[in-house]
Design a protein around this ligand. Structure first.
Ligand code: GDP
Ligand code: MG
Length: 627
């Protein structure tokens, strides 16, 4: 009571013309601020999510004060809970503090060496071929490859590393990136455009501009990459080149002969017409771009693709953009540290170093980075581990955000009649690219009634940690050509976590869409009836490969289907055509016994493989959505 008049006097002195409530509050905050030992900063950096205590620390506030503020906003949050950047921004704005959002990689920068002008050298252009499905991208790549003097005829390429360098005699090198052609790979293609210098847009002259043509133009424009148009299939009688030019002009790609600035080439990938002219156009465009790079620094680049390879472990295709990568270099790929143990070029040759604009495949990674992730060589092993560790920690925080998404939006949603359901999904697959494609496709399924959250999407086997996350968030686990490890399987069974295994992206998308629409048809379900360990391999003349096996679990039955699992990845499915106990044919063999197994048309068994014996039954489908 006694305070009020005093305040008014003070205010008059300061000449506040509008004594409204807002002003009063501002004023109080300011005054409080003056008493603080540490003033509230004008600007703070945060990642997408931050714990209440970290936010309080950054702002020099007591955590209790932040919690109080959140409570006023209708959010009950504890000190260790995370809030997202939107909420943090709201809180900070009350203290006139600006929030700057930083990304995973900004927080953990690895200092790069500066370029000295004398070190700069011309480098080969990196080119991506894009275009609508069936317009001839693959054919064009084949045609280009056949002109390569180093690679020789197509077929000389032994390794698929997602990219290759073509040497044009007397003219120079061009690096082509392979990008998957399907619509589901939009995101990867978008990333492909980020590493490329030039996009070659293939448009079939008989078909004209199609949806993915426009999509490709959008990606290239977004990445500010020049486009060269290759009008393909000009050998066809129904080819209409002018129509393509007209349609593309409407999208801002006006040909030079029409007064625009876009290079057009008329080609037939099939008949190998105009390929040299296209390559010349690429080199001409590259010359205009004045592409230079410094080979005398620590290597930097991008991850094109990564996967688990049987026998070699984790393998990643990298495009070196700057510097020179050498065997023994320590690096961070995405969020994982590693050391280059071996390098293979696009022709399958082992190499010891790779300069700018060179695609290579490396082994020596500690885990599987994502397609498009930055790749950077560090000063030493310690730095690689530190940066990797920090990034992983930040990534975990980001994932935790998805688990306990606390936003104003969903707090209000939840306060409503509970009509919104959340449906959490964890995606694991053998290749990062397909995992991302699935994630993209699934996230598009969210509608007003059900929100679909992909809370983890990564390559690799389904491990205990995935199941733990699934338990914490009542998620469904989807595996693409991967299997749970035995411990993960046990845990999933205990905790009633559903693991769904798929081979085809669209099957998963269809299933989930149907489940969300509450109309799942009966499905053929696989039940595992036995596990078998392959211990020895015998090559039997005329019969083929027979595996000496030990039944570790359940039983194995002749004519049953088996999945061949190697390093937790399913590599084959087939029928048991031969089952023997000693020399005799057997109908089934139980756990604890040895047996000989032959699989129909499959000679590639190795010792150490696991065979999963399955029965197929029909059941009504049921997907688990969270209440
Ligand atoms: P992508 O889906 O863009 O990779 O297209 P493909 O390279 O797989 O080609 C799709 C189809 O078009 C194949 O049947 C090719 O043989 C055919 N094709 C590609 N280029 C030409 C061409 O220049 N002329 C004709 N007539 N057919 C072509
Ligand atoms: Mg293709």
């Amino acid at each position: 009571m006694a305070q009020k008049p005093a305040k008014k006097v003070y205010r008059k002195k300061k000449d506040f013309s509008k004594p409204d409530r807002d002003n009063e509050r501002d004023f109080q905050i300011k005054r409080k601020d003056q008493h603080r030992a540490n003033p509230i900063p004008k600007k703070i950096d945060i990642m997408e999510v931050i714990t209440v205590s970290d936010l309080a620390k950054k702002m020099n506030l007591k955590a209790s004060e932040v919690i109080g503020k959140l409570l006023k906003m209708g959010m009950m949050v504890t000190i260790n809970q995370q809030i997202d950047s939107d909420v943090a921004t709201l809180i900070a704005s009350e203290y006139n503090c600006e929030v700057n959002l930083v990304s995973l990689y900004d927080e953990t920068l690895i200092a790069v060496d500066d370029d000295k002008p004398a070190d700069m050298q011309n480098r080969a252009p990196i080119v991506t071929i894009m275009g609508h499905v069936d317009h001839g991208k693959t054919k064009l790549l084949d045609a280009i490859r056949s002109t390569d003097v180093v690679g020789g005829e197509f077929g000389g390429i032994t390794q698929h590393i997602g990219a290759y360098k073509v040497t044009l005699p007397g003219k120079g090198d061009v690096v082509f990136l392979d990008t998957p052609g399907h619509a589901a790979f939009t995101m990867m293609r978008a990333r492909g455009a980020q590493v490329t210098d030039i996009v070659v847009l293939v448009v079939a002259a008989n078909d004209g501009v199609m949806p993915q043509t426009i999509e490709a133009i959008d990606h290239a424009k977004a990445a500010k990459v020049p486009i060269i148009v290759a009008v393909n299939k000009v050998d066809l009688p129904e080819a209409n080149i002018d129509r393509v030019k007209q349609q593309l002009s409407d999208h801002g790609l006006m040909p030079e002969d029409w007064g625009g600035s876009t290079l057009y080439c008329e080609i037939s990938a099939l008949k190998k017409i105009g390929i040299d002219e296209l390559l010349d156009s690429i080199l001409l465009q590259a010359e205009m771009l004045e592409l230079e790079s410094n080979p005398n620094v620590r290597a930097e680049g991008k991850v094109l693709e990564s996967r688990i390879d049987q026998g070699r472990g984790i393998v990643a295709s990298i495009i070196v953009e700057r510097g020179t990568l050498r065997i023994g270099d320590n690096f961070v790929a995405g969020i994982y540290p590693g050391k280059v143990r071996a390098m293979v070029d696009d022709h399958g040759n082992r190499i010891t170093e790779a300069g700018p604009a060179t695609p290579v495949e490396i082994i020596g990674l500690s885990d599987i980075p994502g397609a498009g992730d930055p790749f950077q060589v560090t000063e030493n092993e310690k730095q690689a581990r530190q940066v990797g560790g920090k990034r992983q920690e930040l990534e975990r925080q980001g994932q935790a955000k998805n688990v306990k998404k606390v936003t104003l939006d969903n707090i209000f949603d939840k306060m409503q009649d509970g009509s919104i359901q959340e449906f959490n999904v964890i995606i694991k697959g053998d290749v990062q690219g397909s995992v991302e494609a699935v994630q993209n496709a699934l996230e598009k399924l969210s509608n007003e009634d059900i929100r679909l959250n992909v809370i983890r999407a990564s390559a690799g086997a389904i491990i205990e940690d995935d199941i733990n996350l699934a338990i914490a968030s009542s998620a469904l686990v989807l595996g693409f050509n991967v299997r749970p490890t035995p411990r993960a399987q046990v845990l999933a069974e205990q905790e009633k976590i559903e693991i769904r295994k798929y081979n085809i992206i669209y099957d998963a998308v269809d299933d989930i869409r149907d489940a969300m629409e509450g109309m799942l048809a009966p499905e053929r379900k696989e039940i595992v009836i036995g596990q078998v360990e392959v211990r020895d391999i015998f090559k039997v003349p005329k019969i083929g490969v027979i595996a000496g096996c030990y039944v570790t679990d359940g039983k194995v039955r002749r004519n049953a289907q088996v999945h061949v699992i190697r390093d937790n990845i399913k590599i084959h499915t087939g029928k048991i055509t031969s089952l023997k106990r000693f020399k005799d044919d057997a109908k089934d063999v139980a756990a604890g016994f040895e047996c000989g197994i032959g699989i129909e048309n499959y000679q590639n068994l190795q010792s150490g493989d696991t065979l999963e014996v399955i029965d197929v039954i029909e059941v009504a489908k049921k997907l688990k959505a969270n209440e």
